[in-house]
Design a protein around this ligand. Structure first.
Ligand SMILES: *Cc1c(COP(=O)(O)O)cnc(C)c1O
Ligand code: SF4
Length: 365
């Protein structure tokens, strides 16, 4: 894999990892196969791991274990059926007004929980100019499409030159297209985010960009990663975060509260908290939905509206994303008024304005 020389090195095999960390039996018994993502940990991220703690939340995200080799019932290599929603080689059109483009399958770091593992790290490489032209032409023909998610893989593994060429092609067909830059690089390799990179977006600013980050634990919000995101925000690119709910990493109200508060303090809006997808070999990461709902309810009590992400699940068989929330609406009473429970569990009555108005009319006649 070729990448910017500012990478500063990474660990890419179990053997070299074993010289740096005292690996557990479960870690040593991992084997790479067609359904796993490769082992790749940038030195920057590795330095954030507490080597004395086998349960370190960052270690769990990047050091593979034998549990990845155990498929679970209901799992699929492509649970979102992205293949069947693909309209060109790399363009997924599942929602009417927005599309996802698989820029590249490469990442500076591979997450053990990656939901797109059917594609990620398979060394397909970046999209060719022809593939980009074909996707851009499709979007040019479908004016109902308002947003494109540039995803993968991680688009920031592309060189600045290649990235600019891609963006220019999409801009040529659709200068008005809102672009989401979906990247974990601020967490995995913040050195990649340079002033030159930001200039690529500044030069092609005919419509808004949004930076979509993936911070899963407060330990990932380092001075360097926060400064990397700040470069985007200062350039007029708002930052939004998508956290994956992961067992043993962040399935804890205190951890999620700290993460969301610190994201807001770093000018990053918590956008989604994702329930784990049913991807092959990730059962050990999935938090039971009931537990997820309990965490969501607790977060709603603790966090400001600004700091509160939407807990969501991407439904199997390409069903799409739906929000998950504790239900505050309890029903209606005999007079038709709505009954709610407050976040603290007290009951409140909300008489419907229309019902109340009708009631008044019938009283005066
Ligand atoms: C998640 C996703 C989107 C974006 O969904 P939002 O709810 O708007 O964030 C678009 N296309 C695909 C294929 C997706 O998986
Ligand atoms: S950065 Fe994203 S695409 Fe890459 S391995 Fe992690 S979750 Fe998968």
């Amino acid at each position: 894999m070729t990448m910017d020389n500012a990478h500063g090195g990474s660990i890419s095999s179990l053997d070299s990892l074993a010289t740096r960390l005292s690996l557990t039996d479960d870690e040593l018994k991992w084997r790479e196969d067609g359904l796993t993502v490769p082992l790749l940990i940038p030195e920057y991220y590795f330095a954030l791991i507490d080597s004395s703690d086998p349960a370190d939340p960052l270690r769990r995200q990047v050091v593979p274990t034998r549990f990845e080799n155990i498929p679970d019932v209901g799992e699929d290599s492509d649970p979102q059926q992205e293949r069947s929603y693909s309209v060109t080689a790399r363009l997924i059109h599942r929602y009417r007004n927005r599309v996802a483009f698989l820029v590249t399958d490469l990442c500076p770091m591979y997450c053990r929980h990656c939901f797109r593992r059917r594609f990620t790290g398979k060394t397909v490489g970046p999209a060719t100019d022809t593939e980009i032209e074909t996707a851009a032409a499709y979007i040019g023909d479908h004016l109902e499409i308002k947003e494109i998610l540039l995803t993968g893989g991680d688009l920031l593994t592309l060189s600045d030159t290649r990235l600019e060429r891609m963006i220019a092609i999409f801009r040529r067909y659709r200068p008005d297209l809102v672009m989401r830059l979906c990247t974990r690089t601020p967490a995995s390799w913040p050195q990649r985010i340079t002033d030159d990179l930001i200039s690529v977006f500044k030069r092609n600013f005919t419509a808004p960009y949004y930076l979509m980050t993936q911070f899963n634990h407060p330990k990932e919000l380092t001075t360097r990663s926060v400064a990397a995101v700040a470069k985007f925000v200062d350039a007029g690119i708002p930052a939004m975060n998508q956290t994956v709910l992961l067992r043993g990493v962040n399935d804890d109200a205190d951890v999620l509260e700290e993460l969301c508060d610190r994201l807001v303090a770093s000018r990053i809006k918590p956008y989604y908290l994702f329930q784990g997808d049913l991807v092959t070999g990730t059962a050990h990461f999935r938090v039971p939905l009931e537990e997820g709902l309990r965490l969501e309810q607790e977060l709603r009590r603790r966090l400001s509206g600004l700091a509160m992400p939407v807990y969501a699940v991407d439904l199997p068989q390409g069903g799409g994303k739906v929000p998950l929330s504790h239900c505050y609406l309890q029903g209606r009473d005999a007079d038709g008024a709505w009954l709610f429970s407050t976040p603290d569990g007290e009951l409140r009555r909300y008489p419907d304005p229309e019902v109340a108005a009708k009631h008044k009319v019938s009283e005066t006649t």
